[in-house]
Design a binder for this molecule. Structure first.
Ligand SMILES: NC(=O)C1=CN([C@@H]2O[C@H](COP(=O)(O)OP(=O)(O)OC[C@H]3O[C@@H](n4cnc5c(N)ncnc54)[C@H](O)[C@@H]3O)[C@@H](O)[C@H]2O)C=CC1
Ligand SMILES: O=C(O)C1=N[C@H](C(=O)O)C[C@H](O)C1
Length: 244
């Protein structure tokens, strides 16, 4: 297998996890400036991409063109960029691509629980908290969470959430993701954390997940590496690989 973004925080952790896995063979490590077009020639069947939002789509499309399965943790995907990968995959029927905003099993469960709970609460807001070296906000996980909450609310026939705000400083109410407010905190010392706050009159449910160390993402990454070849086409979200 191959790792793209191998010099980065996640890439280094993935390289160590793959080297420690007796059933996986690391044949290529690439970072900025290396030619992704050579991955197939190294014999890699699967490539993991933890790079940057501006590079990941081109990387994945090149991998698909080479017939290499892709496990993608990089954030910044849009419906349009996912659509282009899906179109490429139509011409490569055996190839699998997983784009997952979070590989930590607890984070995936937290998102799933939040979506399940969402229809029973009048208000839902998402707070994500990360290290200050993160380049994108809100996090891919928070966007994915908010979208799942919004889908669940729509399916239950719920309308807009109560919010009497008429005067606010720019940003004070966070970003609007599909009608769900998402707040991003950047703080030295943090790794990756998320809270989903669900409120009703007289009660609150808080669902919180903390990644204290990047090793938390590795069981999900390795599970995806081992199974992406059995799941052709595009999958968005690790929850689909966990039968959640
Ligand atoms: N899905 C998940 O579970 C997780 C996702 N992430 C996401 O993964 C991405 C990377 O995060 P970090 O490792 O913290 O960032 P980082 O900045 O430490 O690493 C990114 C690496 O990609 C390299 N790079 C840039 N352009 C490249 C290209 N065209 N080809 C190959 N390598 C290239 C950089 O030189 C750098 O070494 C971010 O989008 C982050 O949000 C981070 C943690 C968990
Ligand atoms: O940049 C990070 O660190 C993380 N990025 C992902 C995201 O944007 O959701 C996953 C995790 O939160 C860590």
């Amino acid at each position: 297998m191959a790792v793209l973004g191998a010099s980065g925080r996640m890439g280094r952790t993935v390289v160590a996890a793959v080297e420690a896995a007796p059933d996986l063979d690391l044949v290529a490590v690439l970072d900025h400036g290396d030619d992704v077009g050579r991955v197939g020639a190294t014999g890699a069947r699967v490539a993991v991409d933890f790079t940057v939002p501006s590079a990941t789509e081109a990387n994945v499309r090149s991998l698909v063109a080479q017939g290499v399965h892709a496990v993608v943790g990089t954030t910044g995907w849009t419906p349009e960029s996912l659509g282009r990968v899906e179109a490429d995959l139509a011409a490569r029927p055996g190839v699998g691509v997983l784009v997952a905003p979070n590989f930590a099993l607890g984070a995936v469960l937290a998102m799933t629980f939040a979506a399940k709970a969402a229809r029973w609460f009048e208000s839902v807001e998402v707070v994500e908290l990360h290290h200050p070296d993160k380049v994108d906000a809100p996090s891919g996980t928070a966007r994915h969470t908010a979208e799942a909450v919004a889908r669940a609310r729509r399916a239950a026939g719920l309308g807009a959430m109560p919010d009497a705000t008429t005067t606010a400083l720019d940003g004070a109410r966070g970003a609007d993701v599909d009608g769900v407010r998402v707040h991003a905190v950047r703080l030295r010392g943090l790794v990756a954390h998320e809270e989903i706050l669900l409120g009703n009159a007289g009660e609150q449910l808080t669902i919180r997940h903390d990644s204290f160390d990047r090793v938390s993402f590795m069981p999900g990454v390795l599970h995806a590496v081992r199974t992406v070849g059995d799941r052709p086409g595009l999958t968005v979200g690790l929850e689909h690989y966990l039968d959640l």
